[in-house]
Each structure stands twice: as structure tokens, then as C-alpha cells.
Design a protein around this ligand. Structure first.
Ligand code: G3P
Ligand code: CA
Length: 269
């Protein structure tokens, strides 16, 4: 990756809905992504994992008990790992009641259904491959599913999709299969190590406490695999003042449980 001239960075960062808008609707559900759309939030983040019978679903935890009623429905199946349940079993679960009775009957989305909904809402997706070490080959499978869902056409690839992971190995694997799709590495590598990430990642997305203005400048000084300046989206930021600080440090995106409040705070600044 070759260096680019560090430009003055004055754009307002994007506010990205972390798992939808979990301050208003249960995380990683269609209700949450619809809520984001209603609030005018274009970019949503979500997590993808794989069931026992090989289906890709949208969920953050690697076990089902926090965000569904699995304990009540399948009491003998502790520790309720996603990888130990079939899609049919998981689709029976209620993924809304734990959050609020108003969301009773909400289901765990399949990735396919989630992609359709995000597309229908004209939204864009920051899609995290969660715990890829538990799901060998998920990168190739994900590429196939994105293709079948119509998410690898020129429009989506150019501006509607970023695949991210905490695992550099997984991102590299995905980048090998679909080098055209933008990727994001979750973490904050040292400035001296950033160059090696620029070979396969278009974004470096750190915990917000790791961000400094100098580090953002070091990221921005590199070009990613598609020849563009590497970008930074910080997570997870629910405080408006903190979002304004991060904007002043030059970040490009802010991933938030309350993205509409972050937008308001950034607009007021
Ligand atoms: O998008 C960044 C953030 O989602 C990473 O943390 O645990 O919420 O998936 P986590
Ligand atoms: Ca995530």
C-alpha cells in the first residue's frame, strides 16, 4: 500500500447503527433495522454466525440465551451454542420478548432475510463475521450468500457493503475470495504495523478509547487494497460529546447504539 497525502479531514463522520438501534428495538433483528430506517440511519452494523445445519444467521453472542427465550424452550440444551442448534430450532425462538413485550414474536433473522430487508430499506451494511474460528469456511459461504442475495453487484460493492472482523485471518480469507468487496479490521494496530493491514483492509475500526488524532492520521496516510485512503470507524459510542471529540480527531464513522443521537450531536457541533 502506498502512502497518500494527509488531507485536512473536515467531513462529518457517519453515524452507524450498532446491531440496528438497540436503544429502541432488540439488537440484530428486522425490527431494529427498520427502526434505524425510520430514524434516517443509512448504515447499520450486524453480526453473522452459522447454525448446526449450516445456515447463516444474524446474532451477536455465540450462544442463544441472552437475546432469545431458548432457555425456556430448550431447557436441557445448555450452553445453548448457536452451532448446536438447527435453523428450524432457532427460527422457533422469540428474539423480542427479552427486550420488551412489544417485540414478542420477533425472530432471529437469517442473513438472507436481513439482507433483503436492509436492501428494501435502501440501507447499507457493515457486516461482521463474528467468531469465525468457530465456523470454518464461513468466508467462502458468506461470499456465496451475498452473491445469491444480489449484494455483490457493482452498486452494492461500490458503496453499500463492508465486511469486518476481529480476525485478520478471516478477513484475509474473505478478501482472497472476493477482493472487490470492502473490508474492515476490528482493532487498533500500532501505527508501525498498519501497513500490513492495508494489504487486505479498507477500514481499521478501533474501540473508541484507542483513538488518537495521530493514530487516525497514520491510518489515513495509507491506501487500502482498492487504492483509497484507509478509513476509521470507532465503536461503540453512545455519548454525544465523545462523538464530537472523535470527529475532531478525524474519524470517518461512529458506531453507536443510539446513532440518531450521535447524528444530532455531530450536527450541533
Ligand atoms: O462494529 C464494532 C463492534 O460491533 C464490535 O464489537 O462485540 O459489538 O461485535 P461487538
Ligand atoms: Ca459487531
Amino acid at each position: 500500500a502506498e502512502p497518500v497525502r494527509a488531507a485536512a479531514h473536515t467531513r462529518v463522520p457517519l453515524a452507524i447503527g450498532h446491531r440496528g438501534v438497540p436503544v429502541q428495538a432488540p439488537e440484530n433483528t428486522l425490527a431494529s433495522v427498520d427502526r434505524a430506517a425510520d430514524l434516517g440511519i443509512t448504515w447499520v452494523e450486524n453480526d453473522v454466525q452459522r447454525t448446526k445445519d449450516g445456515a447463516l444467521i444474524v446474532m451477536h453472542d455465540t450462544t442463544l440465551e441472552r437475546t432469545t427465550d431458548v432457555k425456556r424452550r430448550f431447557p436441557g440444551r445448555a450452553p445453548w451454542k448457536i452451532a448446536d442448534f438447527t435453523l428450524a430450532e432457532i427460527r422457533k425462538l422469540d428474539a423480542g420478548s427479552w427486550y420488551d413485550r412489544r417485540f414478542a414474536g420477533e425472530r432471529v433473522p437469517t442473513l438472507r432475510g436481513y439482507l433483503q430487508r436492509v436492501d428494501r430499506n435502501r440501507q447499507k451494511l457493515l457486516l461482521e463475521v463474528k467468531a469465525p474460528e468457530l465456523y470454518p469456511g464461513i468466508e467462502r459461504q458468506l461470499a456465496g450468500e451475498l452473491q445469491r442475495a444480489g449484494w455483490l453487484n457493482a452498486r452494492h460493492v461500490r458503496g453499500s457493503l463492508v465486511v469486518q472482523s476481529f480476525s485478520a485471518a478471516s478477513l484475509k480469507a474473505f478478501h482472497r475470495v472476493r477482493p472487490d468487496v470492502k473490508t474492515g479490521f476490528l482493532g487498533a494496530p500500532k501505527a508501525s504495523e498498519l501497513r500490513s493491514y492495508a494489504a487486505f483492509a479498507d477500514q481499521i475500526n478501533p474501540h473508541h478509547r484507542s483513538v488518537t488524532a495521530a493514530w487516525v492520521r497514520a491510518v489515513h496516510a495509507l491506501r487500502g487494497p482498492h487504492g483509497r485512503m484507509l478509513e476509521v470507524s470507532a465503536w461503540t459510542v453512545d455519548n454525544g460529546d465523545r462523538a464530537v471529540d472523535l470527529a475532531r480527531m478525524g474519524v470517518d464513522g461512529i458506531i453507536s447504539n443510539a446513532p440518531h443521537e450521535i447524528e444530532d450531536a455531530l450536527e450541533e457541533d
